[in-house]
Design a binder for this molecule. Structure first.
Ligand SMILES: [Zn+2]
Length: 271
């Protein structure tokens, strides 16, 4: 599933279509459109100018002239690909026709991705419902520390992946961040020392920034707006490396299931 770095890369790349107009919209998988028929969805966005595109947690919000906002969640396998030549791809589920930039395809192998039209009020509610964004000014050590103190008896990995606690982190980056911070994923969140919390706070920002710089992780279906892979999969230290030697100390990387999600860690490189 695309996490903060992947969605941020997509949002950064999509800035090139800000100022363009949506000429039309076609959906081949209407079930993905929440609270609206395809016809109504298409009517409410057609002819509208794109005013801005931003990331909210793992969501993409496209603000249109006139007040409507398109909220997109890529879920498991969603991709947004700008294609000037060929819109007829196998997994294209929804197609936005743009006045100047060709087509924007919402490709989705597993079809869990969603689209919705919302207003400003709903956008604010969604924003407020999300936990603190690691790239925002609000993500201070003090706030992060207070947040961990509140999480009684929860594994630190579960807290990192809780979108209502910290927004944007999923399974890949939770393992990588905890490895970087040398903290065992199963550790109880409010048992971390002040020093560990400080290290973890820094590792979150460091790993996510590095992943954005490398345009995300394409170990699975993620592709950028050009349909290209990211590069962070070449820099993964523990994720999906169970049974292989730790790149730091050569101990065998282990796998553990926490809340039904595979979790990867080096038993030697942790506290
Ligand atoms: Zn190690």
């Amino acid at each position: 599933m695309p996490e903060l770095p992947e969605v941020q890369t997509i949002v950064n790349d999509l800035q090139q279509i800000v100022g363009d107009h949506i000429a039309g919209f076609v959906s081949l998988w209407p079930k993905a459109i929440k609270n609206n028929s395809v016809k109504k969805f298409a009517t409410s966005i057609s002819g509208r100018k794109i005013l801005g595109i931003e990331r909210i947690g793992k969501n993409i919000a496209i603000a249109l002239a006139g007040g409507n906002i398109i909220l997109i969640h890529l879920k498991m396998t969603g991709q947004l690909v700008l294609d000037n030549k060929n819109a007829d791809t196998k997994y294209a589920r929804h197609i936005f026709y743009l006045k100047r930039n060709g087509v924007l395809e919402f490709r989705d192998i597993r079809k869990f991705g969603t689209l919705e039209i919302i207003d400003d009020k709903k956008l604010t509610a969604i924003r407020e419902d999300r936990g603190v964004d690691p790239f925002s000014k609000d993500f201070t050590l003090k706030k992060f520390s207070a947040l961990l103190d509140k999480q009684k008896n929860k594994a630190i990995k579960v807290v990192l992946m809780d979108q209502q606690a910290v927004a944007g982190i999923g399974n890949i980056y939770a393992s990588e961040i905890l490895f970087d911070a040398k903290i065992l994923p199963a550790r109880v969140a409010n048992s971390l020392s002040a020093k560990e919390v400080k290290t973890l706070h820094q590792s979150i920002k460091k790993i996510l920034r590095k992943a954005v710089f490398l345009r995300g992780t394409s170990s699975s279906d993620y592709r950028d707006v050009q349909g290209e892979k990211g590069q962070f999969q070449d820099y993964l230290k523990v994720y999906q490396r169970a049974g292989k030697k730790c790149l730091k100390c050569a101990t065998i990387v282990e796998k553990l299931i926490i809340r039904q999600r595979s979790t990867f860690y080096c038993p030697h490189c942790k506290h």
